[in-house]
Design a protein around this ligand. Structure first.
Ligand SMILES: *Cc1c(COP(=O)(O)O)cnc(C)c1O
Length: 437
């Protein structure tokens, strides 16, 4: 067909990210994506190699940044090495995050393990913020010391606390921001400035790397790489997957880590199934912007309702004017257009005057579990359904009780992940629950 010569096709980079996340990189060389309106789902554990030479070339090419960035048509060999549906998701994730490459994993924890797996070895040390997702804490506390990788914890909401813990063996600084579940924020740019100073005199390969778990914020609300992070990790199970149907994880970073991440995934084996990659590619990522924009509006209304309720003692939501780190929130949590985007997760604590420290919270959550239509008692977050849980006894049970309290994870603390229901219905259900305590 004759195409108009005068009209210069707009580059996809010139479109808004909200549009780009829906259409993705449809010119991908990983698949004939061009003729499918919806990308196809691939389900083949092994691939026809055609000739010994081509097979050998495939093994030779495996893990090269060129093939990962879609610059070459990959020679697929075996699902655990690489496969097209997952590859398309990886291209689009890297794109949404502004990273050079993304490598997906079977779960968020597999992605977290891989990020450490390619950056630390026995003898190295990790510094981590003191509060984090319970399984990450368990990984760092129960497993890494067995591999002779000590982990030091400190309060990174005060970046100056980092300096005294750094020594010649320090290799990684790890944190979540917002922190799960307290929603404390850590200043990514301030940590970058500090690390640049320390790294100045270190040779390549010994420089301290900053790894950030951006699961709570999602790339829609915060992009740590341009702010100074070296590696970003995600649980795709949460907001990016968005519908609660599949588990997944991703590491997004510069092309320098590509080869090691792919080799790590190949050898440790935690690959994302193509059948799980597909819903995240087709439903999750393309609707992320719309879902979060909507959930955020509700989260602000719900957090304001909670803040003004006499039975609530504390509400943490980065969008509230009363948020202790409001300035940092405004600076760090912005969407692709630069607009403030505080996310969809709320943490709050009820006034407890009973014998047990979580008496009111337990009564409240149990009432919600029994009587609420909009709010479901379940762990996980970032779904189209509003979810409620008690981090201290559930997602963060792995943290020692004394530590939990000192880190702001109150026994009666409640995490609310806002879904897409009508905001008035969510508030009405919360109001009814609060009347019971
Ligand atoms: C859920 C979660 C993880 C782990 O992800 P899985 O997909 O459950 O393995 C890691 N970090 C944070 C912040 C999470 O919320």
């Amino acid at each position: 067909m004759e195409k108009s010569k005068k009209f210069q096709k707009r580059k996809k980079e010139e479109y808004q990210m909200r549009t780009r996340m829906i259409h993705g990189n449809y010119e991908s060389r990983r698949w004939d994506y061009d003729h499918h309106v919806i990308p196809p789902i691939s389900s083949s554990t092994t691939f026809r190699l055609s000739s010994t030479h081509r097979g050998a070339q495939g093994f030779l090419d495996f893990g090269s940044p060129e093939s990962q960035q879609g610059q070459e048509v990959p020679i697929y060999i075996y699902d655990r090495l690489d496969e097209p549906t997952r590859g398309m998701l990886e291209e689009n994730l890297a794109y949404a995050e502004g990273g050079e490459i993304a490598v997906t994993f079977s779960t968020g924890m597999a992605a977290v393990s891989a990020a450490f797996g390619v950056t630390v070895a026995s003898g190295d040390e990790i510094i981590a913020h003191q509060a984090m997702y319970g399984c990450t804490y368990s990984l760092l506390t129960n497993w890494y010391p067995r591999y002779k990788i000590p982990v030091h914890y400190c309060d990174l909401t005060q970046p100056k606390n980092l300096k005294p813990l750094i020594n010649s063996r320090t290799r990684v600084v790890y944190f979540e921001t917002p922190v799960n579940p307290t929603l404390d924020l850590i200043d990514i740019q301030a940590i970058r400035v500090l690390l640049d100073k320390v790294n100045h005199d270190r040779p390549d390969g010994k420089k301290i790397l900053m790894i950030i778990d951006n699961t709570f914020a999602t790339p829609y609300c915060q992009r740590p790489l341009p702010l100074g992070a070296d590696i970003v990790v995600y649980s795709l199970t949460k907001n990016i997957g968005g519908f609660g149907t599949d588990m997944g994880g991703a590491v997004i970073t510069s092309a320098t880590f590509c080869n090691h991440l792919l080799l790590y995934r190949k050898d440790f084996g935690g690959v994302l199934s193509s059948k799980s990659a597909w819903p995240i590619l087709v439903y999750g990522l393309p609707t992320l912007a719309t879902r979060i924009a909507n959930q955020q509006k509700t989260a602000l209304k719900v957090s304001e309702f909670l803040e003004n309720h006499p039975k609530v003692s504390l509400v943490r939501y980065p969008g509230l004017a009363s948020f202790p780190q409001a300035d940092l929130a405004q600076r760090q949590m912005t969407n692709y257009d630069g607009k403030f985007s505080p996310g969809s997760i709320i943490y709050f604590v009820l006034k407890e005057d009973g014998k047990n420290e979580n008496e009111a919270a337990e009564k409240f959550i149990d009432f919600i579990a029994d009587h609420s239509y909009t709010i479901t008692l379940a762990v996980s977050l970032g779904q189209i359904k509003t979810l409620i849980e008690n981090p201290s006894s559930m997602t963060h049970a792995a943290l020692p009780p004394k530590l939990k309290k000192s880190k702001g994870i109150e026994p009666g603390g409640i995490r609310l992940s806002i879904g897409l229901e009508d905001w008035q219905d969510i508030i009405d259900d919360l109001k009814n629950g609060l009347e019971q305590i």
